[in-house]
Write a protein that binds this ligand. Structure first.
Ligand code: AMP
Length: 271
């Protein structure tokens, strides 16, 4: 496994290969990331993981500053994956070597869920994915459905512009069904316990909406109950069609999308 720290070495190293699987991450490596890496190893001749906490996709400077980075720990985990070929750890100037300002804008219909609450976030994500894809030229990019809206927007954007497929991979959860996330590292044991309890009750909503007529009205009511009972702030709790992310009151072909703050830490899930 080779660690690549700048673009010159990146270009030289990747140049001979035309079947590259790419897993973009912001570090804080956990089993969710590892599942994407293993999928790429299965389906591509070479696999590269990037670790880059992209400041331009953070709408809140506090969130950026507190993002749980630990490169040393990440490397020690990644080094154990025997068939992983490359780890790319760029500096800001590597990613933004092309100084042209991005003109990427979201369409009005896409300004929903996280896009509505994190202004400029997905513009930053699409810009960095555009830059990374131009540099790495992967055949396939692996992304988690845990961040379903991100996967949805990146897939539409990248597949239209590049000869690259974006593959969505299932959400990995811990034994108590909490979706793994780097942000979970910000929680202490008691807080993690709390979040697992809350998360389990959220997941139960999936059964409850099976025979509900107006699913979104029911979810609005549940939102208020969760907020007052657990003293959490829920940004959204909405049932949406998984093909186009429009609001849906059908159980089939839809998912419940959730974002909430627990003690100032923003957690998202969909199920
Ligand atoms: P991040 O480092 O949080 O930017 O995530 C990097 C990639 O890992 C993204 O494509 C995420 O959707 C994916 N990912 C994060 N958590 C999980 C999870 N629990 N299961 C599967 N994929 C995940």
């Amino acid at each position: 496994m080779k660690i690549i720290l700048n673009n010159n070495i990146l270009r030289k190293t990747l140049n001979p290969f035309n079947d590259i699987g790419f897993v973009p991450t912001m570090g804080g490596i956990h089993d969710g990331h590892i599942s994407l890496i293993k999928k790429s190893i299965q389906l591509n001749k070479k696999t590269i993981v990037s670790i880059f906490v992209n400041p331009k996709q953070f709408n809140d400077i506090k969130d950026f500053k507190s993002y749980p980075s630990n490169i040393k720990n990440d490397l020690s985990i990644l080094k154990k994956i025997r068939q992983l070929d490359f780890i790319y750890i760029p500096k800001f100037n590597d990613i933004y070597e092309d100084k042209k300002k991005s003109h990427i804008r979201l369409k009005k219909k896409d300004k929903i869920l996280c896009a509505k609450h994190r202004k400029g976030h997905f513009e930053g994500v699409l810009d960095v994915m555009n830059r990374l894809t131009t540099l790495i030229k992967p055949k396939k990019i692996y992304m988690g459905k845990k961040d379903f809206q991100q996967f949805f927007l990146v897939r539409n954007f990248i597949e239209q512009k590049f000869n690259t497929k974006v593959i969505g991979c299932k959400t990995i959860r811990n034994k108590n069904k909490l979706a793994l996330s780097s942000r979970n590292f910000l929680l202490n044991k008691q807080e993690l316990n709390d979040v697992e309890k809350i998360s389990k009750l959220f997941l139960n909503l999936k059964n409850k909406i099976k025979n509900t007529n107006n699913i979104n009205r029911f979810l609005q009511k549940s939102k208020k109950e969760f907020e007052s009972f657990f003293k959490i702030k829920i940004e959204y709790l909405e049932n949406r069609n998984t093909k186009n992310l429009t609001i849906s009151n059908k159980y089939q072909k839809s998912k419940i999308f959730l974002s909430y703050y627990y003690k100032g830490i923003r957690l998202i899930d969909n199920f």
